[in-house]
Design a protein around this ligand. Structure first.
Ligand SMILES: [Fe+2]
Ligand SMILES: [Fe+2]
Length: 150
């Protein structure tokens, strides 16, 4: 899988979790935990591997900088959600805001950022980036599970 295919597959997974959350409504903490795990690892590999590589390309600098801020917004909302009491009335509205923000961000990556990357970066390098994203995904998830077990 090349880098773009891998990241799009992650996006699909997140979007299907969002659909589930919308359908179920209420304070679904289990689902939120899953969504947060997915987004944590996804934003991490983008920021560690993809973004630094493409930020140097003049045409992509602004969209990368905006992407980092959008990741930051999502992290702030998720941190706030984690601090809520289990029955908080703020859970659902924050979940809605999180979903809207992330869906907007995914749309920008897929419609603006990724097509430019595909135009500017050769297929062999996209494959190589895909392998690095995959490896980082595995090692980051291992670290996270290790931390959770402590
Ligand atoms: Fe992103
Ligand atoms: Fe993404």
């Amino acid at each position: 899988m090349n880098a773009i295919e891998l990241l799009k597959a992650d996006h699909e997974k997140v979007k299907s979790l969002f659909k589930q959350a919308e359908a179920e409504g209420g304070n679904n903490w289990e689902l939120f935990k899953k969504i947060k795990e997915e987004l944590d690892v996804h934003t991490h590999i983008e920021e560690e591997i993809l973004y630094p590589r493409i930020k140097e390309v003049e045409e992509l600098t602004d969209i990368v900088l905006e992407g980092v801020e959008e990741h930051h917004q999502a992290k702030v909302v998720m941190r706030e959600m984690e601090a809520l009491s289990k029955d908080s009335e703020k859970f659902e509205p924050k979940m809605m805001v999180l979903m809207e923000n992330v869906e907007h961000h995914i749309k920008e990556e897929e419609e603006e950022m990724f097509p430019k990357i595909e135009k500017l970066i050769a297929e062999e390098e996209l494959e190589e980036l895909g392998r690095r994203l995959e490896a980082e995904k595995r090692s980051f998830s291992r670290k996270m599970t290790g931390r959770a077990a402590k």
